[in-house]
Design a protein around this ligand. Structure first.
Ligand code: NAD
Length: 251
């Protein structure tokens, strides 16, 4: 029987590339996103790789939506082997004192509450099946603060905290939780931020320093290949790990 993977925020960017990689690896998929059009397109592309794939429209910052997403997977497969908690948003690049309440709510709701709800409801099912693996998308800015993104950086530190707390609480229940911390990967998110910084002529007080790749950004496949490894049996002795894929930004 095929293994089953859930991906939140699977429509675009790292979530889309990881969904396609998991489909290539033979996982049946349940993908959620608040972008229905792109989510359906990614789900279709996964099906073309020969696996089952479903799309659920959901806003991960709303607990009722997360419950609906997880319940669909449970109902259809009665098993969740792997969960990629991937959704994330960023506020505009600005100095700390310019960040608004709306900016803060936006990133806190999706990046902290969404991550908490995702882990919480998937863990509930994994406890019943007495096994499972959750991988959370943190960020290089959750390790080394990124100037211009003060509240975003804080939400990614929080995501790391949630993942590690869950890793400790559920290790003896055979549920593992690991964190990938990307930095500087070409996606709609980084493209949008780059364009905004140019338009606003925003110069960060400390610019990120990519040591590899002649300073160029990485590719979504750099993350998707790690997801593939983590979703495999080869990662069985890993929990609570924080894995950087950032071209050396955090050094
Ligand atoms: N790209 C990078 O360089 C980078 C660096 C560090 C961390 N990350 C993290 O990796 C993850 C993926 O980032 P990305 O660059 O692929 O972003 P992206 O914007 O390209 O894709 C994010 C996806 O998540 C979805 N999404 C966002 N909020 C949602 C919500 N509340 N509910 C449902 N879906 C939601 C979006 O619609 C989109 O499909 C994020 O958690 C991000 O913080 C990315």
């Amino acid at each position: 029987m095929s293994k089953v993977a859930l991906v939140s925020g699977g429509a675009l960017g790292i979530g889309r590339a990881s969904s396609l990689q998991l489909a290539k690896d033979g996982f049946d998929l349940v993908i959620c996103d608040w972008n229905q059009e792109a989510g359906l397109a990614t789900t279709d592309d996964c099906r073309k790789l020969g696996v089952q794939a479903d799309f659920i429209e959901a806003d991960m910052s709303k607990e009722a939506d997360v419950i609906k997403f997880v319940a669909f997977a449970k109902e259809k497969y009665d098993q969740i082997d792997f969960y990629l908690n991937n959704q994330g948003v960023i506020h505009q690049a600005k100095l700390f004192h310019e960040i608004t309440e709306e900016d803060a709510d936006y990133v806190i709701n999706t990046n902290i509450k969404g991550c908490f709800f995702g882990i919480k409801h998937v863990v509930k099912e994994m406890l019943k099946q007495e096994e499972g693996h959750i991988v959370v998308l943190g960020s290089s800015s959750g390790i080394k603060s990124e100037t211009g993104f003060g509240v975003y950086s804080a939400t990614k530190k929080a995501a790391l905290g949630l993942a590690q707390d869950a890793a400790i609480e559920y290790a003896k229940k055979n549920i593992r939780v690991n964190t990938i911390c990307p930095g500087g990967i070409v996606t709609p998110l980084t493209q949008m931020v780059g364009q905004q910084m140019i338009a606003d002529q925003f110069i960060p007080p400390r610019a990120p320093d990519i040591l590899l790749n002649e300073g160029a950004l990485g590719d979504v496949s750099d993350i998707a290949q790690l997801v593939s490894f983590l979703a495999s049996e080869a990662s069985r002795y890993m929990t609570g790990a924080v894995i950087s894929v950032d071209g050396g930004i955090t050094l």
